[in-house]
Design a protein around this ligand. Structure first.
Ligand SMILES: [Zn+2]
Length: 412
């Protein structure tokens, strides 16, 4: 009972062909192209013996009923892409789900549990400026006021309706019947390829914390103000950026994943003959373990105070958003490892630095992820590549995991 790489490759190629022609590979949520992809997936689901439906939040769900219906073992990911994105991010997990369904179908395997393949709506940020729309709704945490977010003359509610959802009954998308959710995804990093491992068993999806620092200095004449008499906001901010990198680098050498990036940076007034009066930077920090984030935030306060004092400026960090890490369900992690051993797939544990739909499923169900290797760790780029055989290997691990979970009393 193994997945076939040739069929996985055929699905990947067919979906890759459904791209905005001038910018491969683009199939953004809510676009006609996205609906073309959905049509392909729904037909493939039906051909694999799954009954398809669109839930109230616009998730596409294919279901194979079990012997004792009521509790669901689900796999899935997302079929939308970022602009100029790749052919595998999200798609690998959906296509693996299709292949698993085909394998179950042709071997006549009937599980006790219902089995579902879920293509979550808009995991990537869409024109509406928000992400993980479908999985947030499945978790029952999609903020109601998001439905009114507008772009291109449409609201998010219109968008959900356009893909076949029913935004007025969004609450119906919330799930309480999932016994386990498993998401296969490309790693989007270089670790598995470098270590020659077949799969990564994901210990946690990192929490993401964003902190803004506005450095307030003093505008002065760039020609006449002595170097020793300035409160140059940019020079102080530059020191801050390097200090943040040093803090993150030190913490990243620990056992758990940690990264911090200054990804937005701007100065005022931005004139050649004026000493910069103010600088704004936005930090994106990610931690597998919450205590690492707490310690980083304390260090960041200390760094800001020290840099401010040294340069005669003001600099106070302000928390913009703060999300906790999502650990993989411990029993699912063990089941994935046992299954990997059983099918002869080499594996290692690792954290995810990126966010995923599984983080929202984890709010309402045991959830876990498996990573498969991708070339050079490239992702969110047209160069993204994963071998069909590698995805099939991951699918094999999921097939074995589902069969084991199905037999277990504690997933009932
Ligand atoms: Zn993804």
């Amino acid at each position: 009972m193994t997945a076939r790489p040739d069929r996985i490759a055929a699905d990947i190629d067919a979906l890759a062909a459904l791209t905005d022609p001038d910018r491969p590979w683009t199939r953004r949520a809510f676009t006609p192209r996205f609906l073309d992809g959905r049509k392909y997936i729904a037909e493939a689901m039906a051909a694999a013996g799954l009954a398809t439906r669109i839930d109230a939040a616009g998730n596409l769900i294919g279901r194979r009923p079990g012997r004792r219906p009521g509790k669901v073992l689900a796999v899935g990911s997302h079929s939308d892409t970022v602009p100029d994105g790749g052919r595998f991010d999200g798609i690998a997990g959906v296509v693996a789900g299709l292949e698993i369904a085909r394998v179950f179908n042709e071997t006549g395997l009937v599980l006790d549990h219902d089995f579902e393949v879920i293509d979550c709506l808009s995991e990537e940020v869409s024109i509406f400026g928000v992400s993980c729309v479908g999985s947030r709704a499945i978790a029952g945490v999609l903020p109601a006021d998001w439905l009114g977010r507008a772009a291109d003359g449409l609201t998010l509610a219109d968008g959900i309706e356009g893909v076949g959802g029913d935004p007025a009954r969004l609450i119906k998308a919330k799930r309480t019947d999932i016994a386990a959710f498993l998401e296969l995804h490309i790693e989007q990093g270089p670790v598995l390829e470098a270590g020659r491992r077949d799969v990564g068993v994901v210990t946690a999806i990192s929490g993401i914390t964003r902190v803004e620092i506005v450095v307030e200095g003093r505008a002065d004449h760039a020609g006449t103000t002595p170097m020793t008499a300035r409160a140059d906001a940019l020079v102080a901010a530059a020191d801050l950026v390097l200090g943040i990198r040093a803090l993150a680098l030190a913490r990243s050498r620990g056992p758990a994943h940690f990264a911090a990036t200054v990804g937005e940076f701007s100065i005022l007034p931005g004139a050649a003959n004026v000493v910069p009066s103010s600088a704004r930077l936005l930090i994106d920090a990610r931690a597998e373990k919450r205590p690492d984030m707490d310690a980083f935030l304390v260090d960041l306060n200390g760094l800001s105070a020290e840099v401010a004092a040294r340069h005669g400026v003001a600099a106070t960090p302000r928390l913009v958003s703060d999300n906790q890490p999502t650990p993989g369900d411990p029993r699912l992690l063990e089941a994935l490892e046992a299954a990997a051993d059983a099918v002869g797939a080499s594996h290692r544990r690792m954290a995810s630095g990126a966010g995923h739909d599984a983080a929202f499923f984890a709010k309402v169900a045991p959830a876990a992820m498996v990573f498969v290797p991708c070339r050079d760790g490239r992702s969110h780029s047209p160069d993204e590549w994963a071998e069909a055989a590698a995805i099939a290997r991951g699918a094999d691990v999921l097939i074995e995991t589902i069969r084991r979970l199905d037999r277990r009393q504690d997933t009932e």
